[in-house]
Design a protein. Sequence first.
Length: 317
Amino acid sequence: MKKLIIISFALIALVIAPQLQALAAPEAAENIVESISIAPDSDFVAKPVDWAFGFQRSASPLDDLIEGFHNYLLWWISGITVFVMALMGYIVVKFSRKRNKTPNKFTHNTMVEIVWTVIPIIIVIMIIVPSMRVLYTIDHLEESDLTLKVTGYQWYWGYEFPDYGVEEFESRLLPEDEMKEGDLRLLEVDQPLYLPINKDIRVILTSDPNGVIHSWGIPSLKFKRDSIPGRINEGWIRVDEEGVYYGQCYELCGPDHAFMPVKIIAVSEEKFNQWLISKGGNPAGIEAETQPASEEAPQEESQAAPQEETENIEGEQ
Ligand SMILES: [Cu+2]
């Protein structure tokens, strides 16, 4: 009887505790600036499709390099696989107990050993040289037009444009009940990331210091890089075409790993600047803001979009 009472108390506590916790928890801080909706001038959508084979259609200057290396590697892999399978088949048939009643007992053959050492070394060199070319090209840029900072959280992404004073905003999976007709399940987010086309974008990545390793990847932009707590990783993106680009977290990071998609909307520089302003940023750069009036502000390529145009777009909402 005593046991029964204790068990029922424990059960009640289990049910009530989360409710109390929910009451006590402070409400999630909302992002101050609402996203404005700016549509790209193209209906290109880079997304996964059913029964696709090979790469997603891409819009990155790295296409030829990366896809070319992938195809090149595929030839080597296929050749080696076919060769090994054929050799095994040959051995199984030729040296079966039936056909080969008294097996040979020799253990060494200098010629064979030289061949199976030298040929693999040549193959590895044939693979290493082009692979290094790809690695160094995608590694980092000496000069870039702007910097994007990506932070991985459990389980959503934070984006920041330090050059333009755009403070970090969160990009979370859009709940299914908020999805509209045509939205992609598990790929839509509440606040997409806008990027300008034809700009060299330096991407720096890190994770929440108390968090875990994630990987920020967008297949059609040929970008995938780990974001690691306490470290900065670097890479670069250049978007050739306006459109919508979907990506995901590519490092198994925990229970909500599958629910932290990436949505990028690539637009013209003018529209990107409008978006920057809507996020509280300054398209002329933060230096322009803080410098005394007497000194000339550094002239950047990007200029603020006309103010009235921005207001129009905001008014439409
Ligand atoms: Cu993750």
